[in-house]
Design a protein around this ligand. Structure first.
Ligand code: GLN
Length: 479
């Protein structure tokens, strides 16, 4: 698949039409799906209509939007009017949203062409995409392995070359970790940078929509389009969106102060640690001033995250009761039986586990011990980052302690699965922008991602560093 700029150059030169690009992307996705299962549905009609619109605009002498004619895959937790949005759940198997998420509206207004909905862990709960009710996604790099989660389908759709960019969601690592496992770029913007309107809620104080791409510049272009205040989401920030693509023109990162958290590096081992150390050396070669920093409350992050996210999930998922939106159990006598049977039949085991955990930590008498304590820990973790950013401009770290693991390897041990989120959860709790950029492979050929984290709303700086690093490596695409 071509990059955004290759598509746009070709469209302007009339080498191909947007409809041809859309058909190519749809056919590619269709061909790959039996092996990777990256897509839950393809949106032929909507894609062709959007592409025809772009072609008509071009023929009339109009300008191409930032995403004009670019095929995009969308994680199936983001509402698309008239297109099924299942959230990877049997509960929403036949749910067709009556409206588009703001990110979708903006993406289409910029000429983006949605070709389909990407597979994911049920309600975005997971780290491997094995919690999808519609079967796991297989990593295009190695079909025996997971693509990461929960946005596994969005990462795989880009890595397999069906689309140049896709949208995912990240609550505790669900964009960065699959990006690192599949060897693509994945960006979690600042909390509030992108409207959550139309993103099906998992843990509202942590949920973000963000882009995947084969290179930093394409990811920046997609974020450019979807970012900014939205009246429909009170938590979207009234902060001006800078010109990210202009920021990328500056590839000089000499003198940039980069911190490496000692608490993270202590735990990194094997090829992952080796690739991260080489990346740190590359940043030094680029003229960055690299130094150790401390994020002392890191060890409490997983415990705090799995209390906060389950608490919020237990409240958010209360709406799936068989009355509206959802499937309904046929074994229903009383109303209460209908609720219980519907939720029992149509939620998968991980979702049930989280609802039960969340309900427990919020229950009378336990609230202070769990939820309140977790929020206090969250404040400490956020403070760790503000202290660090008083000294450095950016932080680099691994994304995941290990590369893509085998399908089935961790399914029986939820705690082991949760522990794999160790490096991504801290940034999510603090609400800062963070991303994964490919930084090489293990000896088995599995991709490793370098995580870059910056202060609130400093995506430009983060992209600048990632772009300089990507150029230095001379490997800006997976394919
Ligand atoms: N793996 C984490 C979880 O299972 C993160 C999920 C996400 O970011 N949506 O909660």
């Amino acid at each position: 698949m071509r990059t955004i700029s290759q598509i746009q150059v070709g469209l302007r030169a009339r080498e191909f039409s947007a409809v041809e690009i859309a058909r190519e992307a749809l056919a590619h996705a269709e061909r790959q799906n039996p092996s990777t299962n990256a897509f839950l549905s393809l949106s032929h009609e909507r894609a062709i209509a959007a592409a025809e619109h772009v072609d008509a605009q071009l023929s009339a002498g109009g300008e191409l939007g930032l995403l004009g004619g670019v095929p995009v895959a969308v994680k199936d937790v983001i509402s698309t009017k008239g297109l099924k949005t299942t959230c990877g759940s049997r509960m929403l198997e036949n749910y067709i949203p009556p409206y588009d998420a703001t990110a979708i509206e903006r993406l289409e207004a910029a000429g983006g062409v949605i070709i389909g909905k990407a597979n994911c862990d049920e309600f975005a709960m997971g780290s491997s995409n094995e919690n999808s009710a519609y079967g796991p996604v297989r990593n295009p790099v190695d079909l025996e392995r997971v693509p990461g989660g929960s946005s596994g389908g969005s990462a795989a759709a880009v890595a397999q070359g069906s689309v140049p960019v896709s949208l995912g969601s990240d609550t505790g690592g669900s964009i960065r970790q699959p990006a690192s496992f599949c060897g693509v770029v994945g960006v979690t913007p600042t909390y509030g940078r992108v409207s959550r309107y139309g993103l099906v809620a998992f843990a509202s104080s942590l949920d973000h929509i963000g882009p995947f791409a084969t290179n930093v510049s394409d990811a920046a272009a997609l974020l450019q389009v979807i970012a900014g205040r939205d009246q429909m989401d009170a938590t979207s920030a009234p902060v001006q969106v800078p010109d990210y693509l202009a920021a990328l023109q500056n590839t000089d990162v000499r003198g940039m102060k980069v911190g490496v958290p000692v608490e993270y590096m202590r735990q990194a081992t094997g090829d992952t640690a080796a690739r991260i150390q080489e990346s740190i050396q590359a940043l030094r070669d680029l003229g960055c001033e690299v130094r150790d920093i401390s994020l002392p409350n890191t060890e409490y992050a997983i415990a705090a995250y799995y209390i906060i996210c389950t608490a919020e999930a237990s409240a958010n998922l209360a709406r799936y009761d068989g009355v509206r939106y959802t499937a309904r159990s046929k074994q229903s006598g009383t109303l209460h039986e209908m609720y219980a049977n519907t939720r029992g039949e149509f939620f998968g085991p991980e979702v049930k586990r989280r609802i039960m955990l969340g309900t427990y930590v919020l229950s009378h008498g336990y609230y202070d011990a769990y939820y309140k304590k977790a929020q206090q820990v969250r404040a400490l973790i956020t403070r760790d980052f503000s202290n660090a950013f008083a000294e450095v401009d950016a932080i680099v770290a691994p994304v995941s302690p290990f590369p893509a693991f085998k399908i089935g390897e961790k399914v029986d041990d939820p705690v082991a699965m949760y522990l794999s989120d160790i490096y991504t959860i801290t940034g999510s709790l603090a609400g800062i922008p963070c991303m994964s950029v490919p930084c090489g492979n293990t000896s088995e050929g599995l991709p490793v991602g370098l995580q870059i984290l910056c202060g609130h709303f400093e995506e430009s700086r983060m992209f600048q560093l990632a772009n300089a690093f990507e150029k230095h490596r001379g490997n800006s695409a997976v394919q």
